[in-house]
Design a protein. Structure first.
Length: 313
């Protein structure tokens, strides 16, 4: 099956799971409080276990040495591009104040944990999670520095430095990444029984994450979001144009094709759910992040296969 076919197949599965989440809310099998608890369970326990087991079971020290430099370089290039893209889109739509700052963050950061990881496991089953671990080092540093900073109200930014926010990088997902890379470097393996148990827990990440996304959609007022053109600009520019541009740039620079496909798909991810959480906690424009999440997540069912086709994977 071609990469376009694999992307389509994965997104078909995702669509079914999202619908299950919608049905769960509508049938009162889930409610808003349970979704909040489910999100914490995924982010603090289940997702870190998936990262650890997929990386340690599917990669070797030789793989990490061979591809590590390219993945980190491609990730840095991606963040430079999406940072500039967010700034330019904010200026193009004359978005000011807290709304503009959160819009910039929603443009920059993609839903890597809930959508990116499950998708890459289907498209790049052998080394996808190793690449993800290396990518996540840069991603987490950017999220907990620039991401937090942009979701702070303008009047609060004077008291928060980017360096201060870096302490938040010490979270369960980053711990899992560090442990996994250490295990690969040292050639360690978990006992079979423990490995099978942790793998089973980690495998629940994909269905639970997508059920959570589907359920969350039922809690939004769709009408207030679908008419805002700036959200569709994120879809057209950040989720289609920039990923394709980056793919051909990396190919021109002779990056290995797997790495180019990997970073292209991650660049095309819809807006990250955590941006809305940050905005809510910091007292900023949560509604901007919610609108971006809704429009871009639904759109990715079309844009990701389109990117795969235009990039001619």
């Amino acid at each position: 099956m071609s990469s376009v076919g694999l992307v389509l197949h994965q997104l078909e599965i995702f669509a079914v799971l999202i619908v299950v989440g919608v049905v769960a809310i509508k049938s009162h099998a889930l409610d808003e409080q349970y979704l909040s608890s489910l999100s914490k369970l995924i982010m603090r326990l289940i997702l870190p276990m998936m990262i650890f087991t997929k990386v340690t079971n599917g990669s070797t020290r030789e793989d990490m040495i061979a591809s590590g430099g390219e993945v980190i370089a491609a990730t840095i290039a991606m963040y430079i591009l999406v940072f500039i893209t967010g700034y330019l889109l904010r200026r193009a739509f004359s978005l000011h104040g807290n709304y503009g700052r959160v819009f910039w963050a929603a443009t920059m950061f993609g839903n890597v944990g809930f959508i990116g990881m499950p998708l890459l496991l289907g498209v790049l089953p052998e080394r996808g999670m190793l690449y993800m671990a290396l990518f996540s080092i840069i991603d987490q540093i950017m999220l907990w520095s620039v991401g937090i900073y942009l979701t702070l109200p303008a009047e609060k930014t004077a008291g928060h430095s980017l360096v201060e926010n870096l302490r938040n990088v010490l979270n369960p997902a980053m711990l899992a990444i560090v442990l996994a890379i250490s295990f690969i470097t040292l050639g360690w393996k978990l006992p079979q029984t423990i490995n099978q148990a942790l793998t089973a827990i980690g495998d629940a990440t994909t269905p639970l994450s997508l059920i959570y996304i589907g359920g969350s959609f039922c809690l939004y007022d769709v009408k207030q979001f679908v008419s805002k053109l700036e959200y569709y600009a994120i879809v057209a520019v950040k989720m289609v144009f920039v990923p394709v541009l980056l793919y051909y740039a990396l190919s021109f620079l002779h990056f290995r094709n797997e790495v180019a496909i990997f970073i292209t798909l991650l660049t095309g991810m819809p807006s990250m759910a955590a941006i809305a959480m940050f905005a809510r906690v910091n007292g900023s424009s949560e509604e901007c992040a919610l609108g971006a999440i809704m429009v871009t997540t639904i759109s990715c069912l079309v844009t990701l296969p389109l990117v795969a086709y235009l990039a001619n994977f």
